[in-house]
Every structure is written in structure tokens, then in C-alpha cells.
Write a new protein. Structure first.
Length: 313
């Protein structure tokens, strides 16, 4: 594959260069354990404005702030409820994003004017980069607004050919973090940490399916602004089949359609999903089979349903 000038393999030099760029208000894309993020200094309103402009992100859709340690957390979030402390101990560093009360010193553009801030402590290289930079990093997924989240440096570079990208290889989970509101406890976006795992620590936790039904009846719970936008637009129309038999008969009748094979375990499917939605292989349409809505399968189905132009029972 052609080497791209804006893509830099991770080493001490590229990490140092990336941190320096972030400190001076420039944007840097970097791998996290979930997907690649497009980062900016969260305390620098001008850098955050660049981030929204670059992604084409609507200003009413807040971004996640990444921290390296609990001392840095104090720069962005106020009082921590007991449940937050318990969840941080269990899942940080890792793919769980928590809604906390926002510090007024954090630019309001980061949270789209909301009084909560979404925070997570990522694992591995992303955490190293935040630590080295020394400031909290605001980072949405590093895709143009409406495109599938990037799981490789090449995906990022396809959307942003002139952004400095740290290349750490394909990401581990392949799906974004789980976003959790705490008051009341409610999963706003399913993700790499399955809701049923969180339910073990938070009895009665509300998962998105249930809250959507409630929302129509008034008294609606908190919602994640991002989930109202069209998302994950695939390279070709995507049809989601709920049954193998309907997929088979459709593909027999439409031999030019491309059947996506994502893997055999739910984890493997999660990891391959976004790359498959960006496929350049030939085919009039993309056909994909549903997975059981259990564990990580719930998040996979959330993404597939959003990406699909049509769902066939
Ligand atoms: O795994 C991830 O979460 C990746 C990596 C880079 O960390 N980031 C990511 O960010 O997926 P993004 O911006 O693509 O998605 C953030 C989601 C959006 O749905 C947004 O609306 C929601 O989090 N969000 C952020 N701040 C919020 C807030 N204060 N209240 C409610 N939802 C919020
Ligand atoms: Mg995103």
C-alpha cells in the first residue's frame, strides 16, 4: 500500500511531535483502543473550533474529553458521585465514557453548551499521548461527520489527507466507547463495554432500546445529542437481513450485491464492522446478516441499524 505523508508510525519521535502539535492548538489523529480519534486541546477554545470545522460536526453535538489520570480529571469535571468513582475503579482506563458535571473553565463548545462533560480515560497509547501532552484532549472519532468511524490510520487519512495521523495499527475493539449518564444511570450509546456487564454493577440500568420507547411518552430521559444524526454512511447502500434465509435468497437474486462477512465471533464482527462499511470491493449493494443482541452484539446491531438503508425481516 502507498505510504501517505501525513501518516506516522508510532515511536518516541512521532509521539513527541504529536504532543507538541496538540499543545500548540493543532489537531492530531491517534489510535485509541476503540476507534481512531481526532484530538484537540480541550482547554483551548480555538483548537476545539478547528476540530468541529474539520469534521463538519454540528455545534450542538458535544465531544468526549480524554484524560490520562484523575488529577487531570479535576481540570474538566466537578463533583464526582459515588457511582462514578466506583465505575472508574472498575473500567478505567478503558472504553467507558461517563457524563460528569462540567467545570466552568472548560470551553462550552466542548460540551455544546451542556452542563455535563463526557469523559473517559483511554487505554494504552492514547493514554500515553494525553499524559505526554499534559492537557485533556477533546476527541471525537476521526471521521468526517456522517462517515463510519475509522479503525485504521488509512481510514483517517482517506477522510483527512492533511491531518497528522499517528499509526498504531488496527484498533482493538473496533467500536466506540459506551456512553453512560449517571443521573439517572442510563446508557446513552452502546459500545465496547456491553450494557449487561454494567447492569451487574448498576441494577435496573436503562439501556437505549427501553429509553427510546419511554421518550415518546414524555418525561424523556437524557439523550446523547450525537445519536439523532445520520451515522456510519457506508460506501454503498447497506441492507441488513434479520434472517440468514432472506439474505441467501436476496443474494441469489442479486448476484452483483456484495455479502459482507464480518467474522465468526461477536468480538471479531465488532472489530471488522467499520472497515467493511468502507469497503471498495465491487458490488452494487452491501448485504449483511444481523447478530444476536447480546453482549457486544447490541452495539453491533445499533451501528448496523443506523448504517442500513433497509432492514429485511
Ligand atoms: O470510543 C470513543 O468514544 C471514541 C474515541 C475517539 O474515544 N470517540 C467517539 O466520539 O466516539 P464521538 O464524538 O464520535 O461520539 C461521542 C458521543 C456522541 O454521541 C455525543 O453526542 C456524546 O458522545 N456526548 C458527548 N458529550 C456528551 C454530553 N455532555 N451529553 C450527552 N452526550 C454526549
Ligand atoms: Mg463519531
Amino acid at each position: 500500500m502507498k505510504r501517505r505523508k501525513n501518516v506516522h508510525p508510532v515511536n518516541a519521535r512521532s509521539l513527541g511531535a504529536a504532543a507538541a502539535r496538540l499543545r500548540r492548538g493543532a489537531l492530531v489523529a491517534f489510535p485509541t483502543e476503540t476507534v481512531y480519534g481526532l484530538g484537540a486541546n480541550a482547554l483551548d477554545a480555538k483548537a476545539v473550533a478547528k476540530l468541529f470545522a474539520k469534521k463538519g460536526r454540528p455545534p450542538d453535538n458535544p465531544v468526549i474529553v480524554h484524560i490520562s489520570d484523575l488529577k487531570m480529571l479535576r481540570r474538566v469535571a466537578g463533583r464526582l458521585p459515588a457511582l462514578a468513582t466506583k465505575l472508574m475503579a472498575a473500567f478505567w482506563p478503558g472504553p467507558l465514557t461517563l457524563l460528569l458535571s462540567k467545570k466552568s473553565s472548560l470551553p462550552s463548545s466542548v460540551t455544546a453548551g451542556l452542563d455535563t462533560v463526557a469523559v473517559r480515560m483511554p487505554q494504552g497509547l492514547a493514554r500515553d499521548l494525553v499524559r505526554l501532552t499534559g492537557v485533556p484532549i477533546a476527541a471525537p472519532s476521526a471521521n468526517l461527520s456522517g462517515r463510519p468511524s475509522p479503525t485504521t490510520a488509512a481510514h483517517v487519512s482517506d477522510d483527512f489527507p492533511d491531518v497528522y495521523v499517528l499509526d498504531g495499527g488496527p484498533t482493538a475493539h473496533g467500536l466506540e466507547s459506551t456512553v453512560l449518564a449517571l443521573d439517572p444511570p442510563c446508557v446513552l450509546r452502546e459500545g465496547a463495554i456491553p450494557g449487561d456487564l454494567l447492569r451487574k454493577m448498576i441494577p435496573g440500568l436503562r439501556l437505549p432500546g427501553a429509553s427510546r420507547k419511554r421518550a415518546s411518552g414524555g418525561g424523556s430521559p437524557a439523550v446523547s445529542p450525537g445519536t439523532k444524526y445520520t451515522h456510519y454512511a457506508p460506501s454503498r447502500p447497506l441492507i441488513l437481513f434479520l434472517r440468514r434465509s432472506s439474505l441467501l435468497s436476496y443474494s441469489r437474486a442479486h448476484p452483483k450485491a456484495l455479502v459482507l462477512s464480518l467474522g465468526s465471533t461477536p468480538e471479531e464482527i465488532a472489530k471488522n464492522l467499520f472497515a467493511a462499511l468502507r469497503t471498495r470491493r465491487k458490488g452494487t449493494e452491501l448485504l449483511v446478516l444481523a447478530v444476536p443482541r447480546r453482549g457486544i452484539g447490541r452495539a453491533v446491531m445499533d451501528r448496523l441499524t443506523r448504517a442500513a438503508t433497509r432492514i429485511v425481516p
